[in-house]
Design a protein around this ligand. Structure first.
Ligand SMILES: [Zn+2]
Length: 283
């Protein structure tokens, strides 16, 4: 894959794009939003100077875990392509019986348990350790695989929970680490109610504590990086706007350019996160 996709792309100003469509005399050719320079230009990409920032927030999506062998959720080959799995990954299914939720998520739990963090996860954990005194580095992840913590990241907000934990459907017993792919719901040892994976299903609310932690991190953010997520879909789209409002520099790191560019992102870096993150956060 060497030299295939890596490119450091600066978005041209909007007025420059509109001039490109004026016809004769208006410019030689349309200005592409994200032209890809010649292969190898990623070597010129500047690393992020951690000392310049006090509060960095990195949002990660499924693209970050692809190199660890985990499938994405949507799109070709994604988990939700399996209609049965998608059907049981919901609050409605949970209301009937958590057995079906276990059926839907058992294979994911097995895959997550067998996966290892890749260089992208490790780069973020290293960056957190290298932040100057008083600085804060927060990873907000939409992934439920637990790989950021396993890579060594400490300040992680698992926005959709973690498949490697189990919790009670009824009582307030704290979630426990559990990587068993139960075939049916085991009972809570305290209250007897069925247990469930500690993840957010379709149709469920994001836990308030996660919402609050993200809002607090974004409020003081001075660098926001979205990685391995399209950047234009909720929640990433809302996060980048909050960060922008707080005055942060904003950056999207993704395999493909945005379909509909979001002006809230200042810059876009195209490529595989396991290659780009170690270069961006090389300290
Ligand atoms: Zn219980």
């Amino acid at each position: 894959m060497a030299g295939k996709l890596f490119a450091w792309c600066f978005r041209p100003p909007v007025r420059e794009r509109s001039l490109a469509h004026k016809g004769r005399g208006g410019g030689a050719s349309p200005t592409r939003l994200c032209a890809r320079p010649a292969p190898g230009t990623f070597r010129d990409m500047k690393a992020i100077e951690l000392s310049k920032y006090r509060n960095i927030v990195v949002l990660t999506g499924a693209g970050v875990s692809v190199a660890s062998g985990l499938p994405t959720y949507r799109g070709k080959g994604g988990l939700w392509e399996d209609a049965e799995v998608a059907r049981y990954a919901t609050a409605d299914a949970m209301a009937d019986t958590s057995d079906e939720v276990w059926w839907a998520f058992g294979p994911m739990r097995t895959m997550a348990a067998g996966a290892s963090p890749n260089p992208g996860h490790v780069a973020l954990a290293d960056a957190e350790r290298q932040m100057p005194l008083g600085g804060r580095f927060t990873v907000v992840t939409q992934n439920v695989d637990g790989l950021h913590r396993r890579a060594g990241s400490k300040n992680v907000i698992e926005y959709h929970g973690c498949i490697r934990r189990t919790r009670c459907t009824k009582c307030e017993t704290p979630p426990v680490d559990d990587t068993v792919a139960h075939e049916s719901a085991p009972p809570c040892t305290r209250c007897g109610a069925p247990l469930r994976p500690d993840i957010v299903l379709f149709g469920e609310w994001i836990p308030e504590i996660a919402q609050y932690a993200v809002s607090r991190a974004l409020r003081d953010c001075d660098l926001f990086v979205a990685v391995g997520t399209s950047g234009t879909v909720h929640p990433a789209s809302g996060f980048v706007r909050s960060a922008k409002y707080a005055g942060a520099r904003t950056l999207l790191v993704n395999l493909e350019p945005m379909d509909r560019p979001d002006p809230a992102f200042d810059d876009e870096v195209l490529g595989q996160s396991e290659e780009l993150l170690p270069r961006l956060f090389r300290g």
